[in-house]
Design a protein. Sequence first.
Length: 347
Amino acid sequence: MVGGFMKKTIRFVAIIIAVFLCVAGVAYATTHDFFQGKVVRIIVGASAGGGFDTYARTVARHMGKHIPGKPNIIVENMPGAGQRIAANYVFKVAKPDGLTIGHFFGGLLVGQVLGHPGIEFDARKFEYVGAPAKDSPVCALTKASGVTSVEKWMFSNVPVKLGSTGADDLQMYGVPRILNATIGLPVQVIAGYKGTADVRLAAENGELAGGCWGWESVRVTWRKAVEEGDVLVVVQIVPQALPDLPKVPLAIELAKTEEGRQLIQAGVHDVSAILRPYVLPPGTPKERVATLRRAFAETVRDPDFGTDAAKSKLEVNAISGEELERTVMGFFKLKPEVLARLKKILK
């Protein structure tokens, strides 16, 4: 009798496994059939030649082979309005079919919480694929500007002109404003540039002193000027000194008050974890979201991708789609007093 029960149990388990494998096989085949022969677009919110563009093109060269059906992946630049054009497009216009991936400044997601204008999306409804790296913001200024150290900047008789895309750019606009409020660095942020490439050009032409954005991008796209000493990183806004910049001062250690340190933590350190998101439009089928999350995770672990990224001096310390989603949702739970102070600084 026991033997008969065991046989029935084994048969039942075998049936369950067979059904599972069948369903998994069908799902794989369906996904494979969908992506095969298709073109996946990565919509980049910044202009060509900048850090966002460089990351996206490196991802595009490798991610296709990790997607069933091996679709071709192309990059389309859609700069403007502080990258809001791209973000709003992915949310409102792009078809939720898994063939459009958005890659724009993640500070916009926090901008929704801060009440920034022109945001026509709900960050809680995007489908998050992942991010290739957490950003490490620094302020890089030209030698010609005369501001070659944070001390010279602090005692400057005139505001130092820094470039930004728009007032809702929590890195290029937000970081200088937070540094002004917490450390006392005199700044004048000039908004309206399409991306870091345009800010670099303006700084090289003497229109600006420089700007504040991720070291991962600065060291790639401004590498020659940094190596030759024509551009200097004078302050880094990270929890711990970067290996490449061991002697550059940390902003949080220069903050004058505990409130200042809290603002740097919430407004810069925490935000920097989500600055390079890859997202899908709301309503994208869950199986395609899962497929693209898995493909992205495999891509950033791919040795060929790592070699390619290293050639371009790209930092890779990726976070998963699930982690990215949790971090974004956390900004909707900020303490009211911290949120109110950030709004005042960044208005």
